[in-house]
Design a binder for this molecule. Structure first.
Ligand code: C5P
Length: 220
């Protein structure tokens, strides 16, 4: 396994189905990084809020629902997963059509994002304590808001046809473009390519090529 010279924080941002998760997981294995999927954080909160009866359309009392949810972390191999009230929701729950349809609405609410801000930043310390060589965090606002001071920031993109084909091959019902549209136009922490981030078009590359390209930059 290639060694990093020092602990590093790597931010990976991009729209839905641009290859963030597969790339981040591959890099975490290759470089011994702790992997954090912040999309799963928003999905977990969405799932828990829906279960509790909260609505994203009528969110005046959302704080009351959020206060009842405590955050914890479960380390599963090289992945740090968010527990809500000590339970990590199953992938099938996080990727259900209902969560797909509501997650961007909840993610646009400022109090929902505030709930995660300190928690997500604190994961760098956890990765150090757990003796990982670094932290790789993927999402929409990692290089712009959560770790603007990251050692490396990448922004992945791919054309619409490639992204739709990726989701279809995973057997998922997901309105990628609708989510992207909501994520890029919201007021708080919109999806943007952070200034100075390295942009990578993942459409013409294999997963291995994307992983190697980023690993070369990080390790150089
Ligand atoms: O990455 P994934 O597609 O699973 O993310 C689900 C949703 O979570 C996104 O469409 C977006 O609304 C929200 N999200 C966010 N900020 C992040 C990560 C995800 O708003 N850092």
């Amino acid at each position: 396994m290639p060694e990093l010279s020092a602990f590093k924080i790597i931010a990976i941002d991009g729209g839905a189905a641009t290859g963030k998760s597969s790339t981040s997981r591959g890099l975490s294995e290759k470089l011994n990084l702790m992997h954090v999927d912040t999309g799963a954080h928003y999905r977990s909160l969405t799932y828990a809020l829906i279960q509790a009866g909260a609505s994203a359309d009528n969110n005046s009392n959302i704080l009351k629902y959020l206060e009842a949810l405590s955050l914890s972390t479960q380390i599963d191999g090289r992945s740090a997963r968010l527990g809500i009230n000590s339970v990590v929701p199953a992938d099938a729950e996080l990727r259900s059509p209902k969560v797909n349809a509501h997650v961007s609405k909840f993610a646009a609410i400022e109090t929902v994002r505030h709930k995660l801000f300190d928690y997500q930043r604190s994961l760098a310390e956890l990765a150090r304590k757990q003796n990982f060589s670094g932290l790789i965090m993927e999402g929409r606002d990692i290089g712009s808001v959560i770790f603007p001071d990251a050692d490396h920031r990448f922004f992945l993109h791919a054309d619409e046809t490639t992204r739709a084909a990726r989701r279809a091959s995973e057997g998922q019902t997901d309105s990628i473009l609708k989510r992207d549209q909501m994520d890029t136009t919201r007021k708080t922490a919109p999806l943007v390519c952070p200034e100075g981030a390295t942009q990578i078009d993942t459409a013409p590359l294999t997963l291995e090529e994307v992983i190697n390209k980023i690993a070369d930059i990080i390790s150089s």
